[in-house]
Design a protein around this ligand. Structure first.
Ligand code: DQA
Length: 143
């Protein structure tokens, strides 16, 4: 696959990174996290998108269908129950990796339910910001 453009989608509450439960999600703000990812891969153009609204995330997936080579998604709590986002990921058929900052396996049991994992090529969790770097490297391995 060619890997020129990656859409990175953040779902609800991830705009509060750096202020929200920093013991779980780390000290970096969302902006700092995006800058870290962007500067780690100078040859890749990233489109960063965050919304607290399920429909807006679905629209972003649809709207970037012909514009990006791969997608990284951390949909926050929507990852545990949004069948609409799952269907959108399947419908647009672009390689997608799901990332979670925290170790969802060692938290409340509802966080173990990941409804997109079957339509994603991979799921990475518990590695903080480095999970996003791993996701990009997994796409690069497929190049
Ligand atoms: C999260 C994990 C979700 O369970 C939670 O609702 C989030 C963040 C993570 O990155 O660890 O908002 O996706």
């Amino acid at each position: 696959m060619k890997l020129n453009k990656i859409l990175l989608i953040h779902g609800p509450n991830l705009n509060l990174l750096g202020m929200r439960e920093t013991d779980i999600y780390g000290q970096d703000s969302q902006q700092e996290l995006f800058q870290f990812i962007d500067s780690s891969f100078p040859k890749i153009a990233f489109i960063f998108f965050q919304s607290n609204h399920e429909g807006a995330i679905i629209d972003a997936l649809h709207n970037h269908k012909d514009l990006v080579d791969a997608i990284i998604i951390n949909a926050g709590a929507l990852s545990h129950y949004s069948y609409s986002i799952r269907d959108a990921i399947k419908a647009i058929n672009i390689p997608t990796i799901e990332v979670h900052l925290s170790n969802i396996d060692q938290r409340e049991s509802f966080r173990r339910n990941l409804v997109f994992s079957e339509v994603c090529c991979d799921t990475i969790f518990g590695k903080g910001k480095h999970g996003y770097i791993d996701a990009v490297n997994k796409f690069k391995d497929r190049e």
